[in-house]
Design a protein around this ligand. Structure first.
Ligand SMILES: Cc1cc2nc3c(=O)[nH]c(=O)nc-3n(C[C@H](O)[C@H](O)[C@H](O)COP(=O)(O)OP(=O)(O)OC[C@H]3O[C@@H](n4cnc5c(N)ncnc54)[C@H](O)[C@@H]3O)c2cc1C
Length: 251
């Protein structure tokens, strides 16, 4: 790093890059090349990783920061960008109050800084792009789901994909300007005029399940522990088979 860190199974995907498990187990240098504010709390960090082995939408990586005295902190971060061959990956981090790693990124990191990354990790939450995907997220839980949405668009996939995303307010809806017809936002504290305010409910999930695409939905749920439990209960109640719900918990 230039800035010092001070502690306070293979699928057939159109165009998917093959991921070598050996490469994914090695720490690599990632150079920060861009910083993009998404909301008051969330920022996207773009990295050049020359040896990046490729990833599937939904996977995450490990970031390691090492201080001058050797103290190291490592955290998991979902990959926000779609798989491509640019040699870059993007992460979107919430600024956690008092957080060691997210705090460093939000207040210290500058383009040109270097960190270490290892990945991609976890094939379980990956969406190979070959089956209808029902994505449900809250807060920064939308990050791995956005990689899926971006992949769907970049490859012009025709397989059905829907995103149901919960945020406190329109101002806190990460990637708001990128969403299209596939996305239904749910606002829990404040909403634009005419849009109801409230927790994600059966009324949001049931119409999506009623679409019944050929082969059925594969559901991907991501967010805090409490949100993941709430959303998976809504899905099961609405008839989604429990073995077709994949959950990633950030909390
Ligand atoms: C698979 C996986 C993927 C993840 N992907 C993302 C991602 O894409 N974007 C992202 O922003 N985060 C993501 N996280 C969370 C991330 O790994 C860190 O936990 C988070 O950034 C906080 O780390 P920190 O070092 O800043 O805070 P720490 O120094 O670890 O914690 C500081 C304080 O904040 C509390 N805290 C820790 N995490 C949270 C949290 N998420 N919300 C509220 N309070 C918290 C701690 O209990 C502690 O009191 C992911 C986690 C997992 C397991």
């Amino acid at each position: 790093m230039t800035e010092t860190f001070v502690p306070p199974t293979r699928f057939a995907v159109p165009g998917r890059i093959a991921v070598s498990e050996q490469a994914a187990s090695v720490w690599q240098t990632a150079t920060l090349t861009g910083i993009r504010r998404e909301t008051a709390r969330a920022t996207t960090f773009r990295f050049a990783v020359p040896g990046w082995p490729g990833h599937q939408p939904g996977q995450h990586l490990m970031v390691r920061l090492t201080a001058e005295d050797g103290y190291a902190a490592q955290r998991h971060y979902s990959i926000a960008s779609a798989p491509d061959d640019s040699g870059h990956v993007e992460l979107t981090l919430d600024h956690v109050e008092g957080g060691e790693v997210s705090g460093w990124f939000h207040t210290v990191a500058r383009p040109g800084d270097q960190v270490e990354v290892r990945g991609p990790v976890s094939g379980f939450f990956a969406w190979p792009g070959d089956r209808p995907a029902l994505l449900i997220g809250a807060g920064s839980g939308v990050v791995p789901l956005m990689s899926m949405v971006r992949h769907h668009r970049a490859r012009n996939l025709t397989v059905p994909l829907r995103l149901l995303v919960s945020a406190r307010s329109p101002e806190e809806l990460v990637y708001a300007r990128e969403f299209g017809a596939e996305t239904t936002p749910v606002f829990t504290r404040s909403a634009p005029e005419g849009v109801p305010v409230g927790r994600m409910a059966a009324a949001h999930v049931a119409p999506l399940l009623a679409e019944q695409p050929s082969g059925g939905w594969e559901a991907y749920v991501c967010g805090s522990n409490s949100f993941a439990e709430h959303a998976s209960r809504l899905l099961v109640t609405a008839g989604q088979p429990v073995e077709r719900i994949r959950i990633e918990r950030f909390g």
